[in-house]
Write a protein that binds this ligand. Structure first.
Ligand code: ADP
Length: 714
């Protein structure tokens, strides 16, 4: 039995006489004084056991989980070392929400006529005919105000009644608005669709430069699949909620019906509807965040992981897992086609493609006349910005020229807020978060100092909290808000906006911003990575990267890979339609291999060099890593547990454990953190090692252990 508790063990319960159960069924089981929802994992006969088992209370009326879903959560729990019951309860998430309120609709009572037949009233009755609709839909259909509908209800011509709100997902129509693919796109779509129609696990890397039509191509593959198998289900994962709206609109245009949407921004009642529709096979296309992997698909035939390299697929809080890796696992379990799409694939995925484990599909050109932007490095040593400004003369001139031509520019800086550091001119004190190892970031729009790790915020104090001197706090360095300020001073006539998770907190705001860009209402957009990914801004022709060195500092071994990906994505926003694009990277280190590779558009050379380094260190993809993070408010207990853990390391070959050392974030929300890092050769059974090791010691209640298999940062 899979029960949502933080333990690795399975639970056994007795099956009451006459209860017919099988794997995947939902049941309520007693645990202490309460009842928990469990998933039946296994049903077996025992003979002569003297163990006194508690009985299952009842079989739930909710639908069972499909076997593939149960196999998947069990496999995922074994791989990630997350508790199996908690993994399983992820698959039930949509069910915990209340059902949506019944829908109130109106219908005609007999053939009664209104006492006064105005044009508006006639329009309503014509729009309604003998159907039923909500008052709002009806008013819209008849282009009248809802007051007209209400008037007819009051008069007894229409009546209001309630129906259970069931989400109706119209079937996607594969022939609704097909795209004409170019030869590379067509060959790729055919390969993916063919594999999905045949069935069986088939992983693909869809490797295409930004704007080459990867989305166009996988949508056509999905269409071909759905034409051949109308009941098949397709899941499309995106790394950011902000990207969902644009894709949903695109799918709606392509298929003539909207897909289901699944992410944390979807209301609970709606999630329940989607869960039930997916389970019942009433919904063929789901667009979602990584958690959509846990939905109970009875007929999953294709999974697309768009922007597969994106670090946001890694969930690091609560259940730790990598959405991309679990997508591949789910595909294997379901016998589905998995499409990993990216212009800058992760080294892990490239390695799998090189080894022939994934079929490698390449899109080498942009669609139509569009070409990749020319990328130039701006050497800040030759061309330094004025003090307290961040844009070099070169970039200023380019933006000015672009503005004069009426074209759009994007300035990319991966830093939210106004200034990343606030320090005291008198004593040098830097303002830090009170309980966390991070600086407070100044936000001018909200007028607060914010900790980006925990969300803690406070107003900017008048006096330095360390020395007490007044008016000595200064803002150091730029964030997007500060760059926008500079742009506004330079180009007062330009229409500017900031795109970051502060100004674009949800899908709705993202849609508004994207529409404003598409309609040319913004001349200069200053943006963090929230806008650098995936978006299609057809009129954007210039991208300026304010600080190309930003991601290259710091000790993370994935820094080069990540910076390459992020800057290729950001610069790739330029020139996606008929006008060519240009990009400028401001840097103090133009000789850095990552920046040289970007400027020369030499991804392969960069990848080869980076792979060679990884191979030398036997790091992923050549080796495997797991991070063990211990955290506690009690520093002594933490030290002691870390020492005990280090002392209990089992003997193992071709595997090393480093640490314990302070974790990269050594203090978060008042909890100190220590890290042990396990490195193993690829063929070592990491999970077996971890299980043996962790089975040897007991972690005290005051210490939390987080196991991060295949960590994103290392
Ligand atoms: P990617 O996902 O690789 O970034 P998209 O699929 O978003 O690329 O395509 C980039 C732009 O080119 C989009 O505006 C898209 O509609 C257009 N496009 C790509 N391929 C085609 C095609 N075969 N026919 C028409 N438009 C296309």
């Amino acid at each position: 039995m899979l029960v949502p508790l933080p333990v690795q063990e399975a639970f056994d319960y007795a099956v009451p006489d006459g209860m017919d159960l099988s794997r995947g069924d939902q049941v309520d089981v007693p645990l202490g004084p309460r009842f928990l929802r469990g998933i039946v994992s296994d049903v077996f006969e025992t003979t002569g056991s003297n163990r006194k088992l508690k009985s299952i209370e009842r079989k739930a009326s909710d639908p069972s989980l499909p076997l593939g879903t149960v196999d998947f959560v069990e496999w995922a729990a074994r791989w990630t070392l997350n508790p199996p019951g908690e993994m399983a309860s992820r698959a039930l998430r949509g069910l915990r929400a209340p059902r949506p309120k019944p829908e109130r609709r109106v219908r005609r009572i007999g053939m009664r006529q209104p006492q006064r037949a105005t044009t508006a009233r006639t329009a309503v009755l014509e729009a309604l005919q003998d159907r039923s609709m909500t008052a709002a839909d009806l008013a819209r259909a008849a282009t009248v105000s809802t007051g007209v509908v209400k008037g007819l209800v009051d008069e007894g011509v229409l009546e209001v009644f309630e129906v259970e709100a069931v989400a109706a997902f119209d079937r996607p129509r594969p022939d609704h608005a097909p795209a004409v693919l170019n030869p590379d796109q067509a060959a790729s779509a055919k390969a993916m669709a063919g594999a999905a129609i045949t069935g069986g696990f088939a992983p693909f890397l869809l490797d295409g430069i930004t704007g080459s039509g990867k989305t166009e191509t996988y949508l056509e593959a999905a269409a071909e699949l759905l034409a051949a198998k109308p009941d098949a289900q397709v899941l499309i994962l995106l790394p950011e909620i902000a990207l969902t709206q644009a894709l949903i609109e695109r799918i709606t245009r392509r298929f003539g019906s909207a897909p289901a949407e699944w992410h944390s921004g979807v209301t609970p009642p709606r999630r329940r509807q989607v869960w039930e529709a997916v389970r019942a096979g009433r919904c063929n296309i789901v667009v979602g965040a990584r958690s959509a992997l846990f939905l109970p698909y009875p007929d999953l035939a294709m999974i697309v992981v768009d922007e597969e390299h994106d670090g946001s697929y890694k969930q690091e809080e609560g259940l730790v897992y990598h959405g991309r890796d679990l997508a591949v696992a789910r595909g294997r379990i379901e016998g589905a086609t998995v499409v990993l799409a990216s212009a800058t694939p992760s080294l892990e995925t490239l390695w799998n493609a090189q080894q022939g484990r994934y079929r490698w599909l390449k899109l080498r050109t942009r669609h139509g006349v569009a070409v990749l932007p020319d990328i130039a490095l701006v050497d800040l040593r030759q061309n330094p910005p004025d003090p307290q400004t961040w844009l070099s003369q070169t970039l200023r001139e380019e933006i000015g020229a672009n503005l004069a031509k009426g074209e759009q520019s994007l300035l990319f800086l991966n830093r939210r807020g106004y200034a990343p550091v606030v320090l005291c001119r008198a004593c040098g004190h830097r303002l830090t978060s009170p309980d966390t190892d991070s600086w407070l970031v100044e936000h001018r729009y909200s007028g607060r100092l914010v900790c980006h790790l925990t969300g803690f915020s406070m107003p900017k104090p008048k006096a330095c909290p360390a020395c007490g001197t007044e008016d000595t706090l200064v803002s150091v360095g730029p964030g997007v808000e500060r760059v926008e300020e500079e742009v506004r001073q330079l180009f007062p006539e330009a229409r500017t906006a900031v795109f970051s998770s502060d100004t674009v907190p949800d899908a709705e705001a993202a849609r508004a911003m994207i529409t404003a860009m598409a309609e040319g209402e913004i001349d200069i957009l200053v943006a963090t990575q929230a806008a650098a990914k995936g978006h299609n801004f057809p009129r954007l022709t210039l991208v300026g990267v304010v600080d190309a060195d930003l991601g290259l500092r710091g000790g993370d071994l994935r820094a080069a890979e990540r910076t390459y990906q992020l800057l290729a994505q950001a610069t790739g926003r330029a020139g996606r339609a008929d006008k060519p694009g240009r990009a400028f990277l401001q840097t103090w280190t133009p000789e850095h291999p990552v920046l040289e590779a970007l400027a020369a558009n030499e991804r392969e050379a960069f990848v080869a060099a980076e792979m060679a380094e990884r191979e030398l260190g036997s790091l992923p993809p050549y080796g495997r890593l797991t991070a063990l993070i211990l955290s506690s408010e009690n520093a002594q207990a933490l030290e002691k547990t870390a020492r005990e853990l280090a002392a209990a390391i089992p003997n193992a070959e071709r595997l090393e454990v480093y640490g314990p050392a302070d974790a990269p974030l050594a203090l978060v929300r008042g909890r100190r953190r220590k890290r042990l890092l396990v490195r193993a050769d690829r063929d070592v059974n990491m999970q077996a090692f971890l299980r043996a090791w962790l089975g040897r010691i007991k972690i005290p209640a005051s210490v939390r252990l987080t196991v991060d298999v295949d960590p994103y940062s290392f």
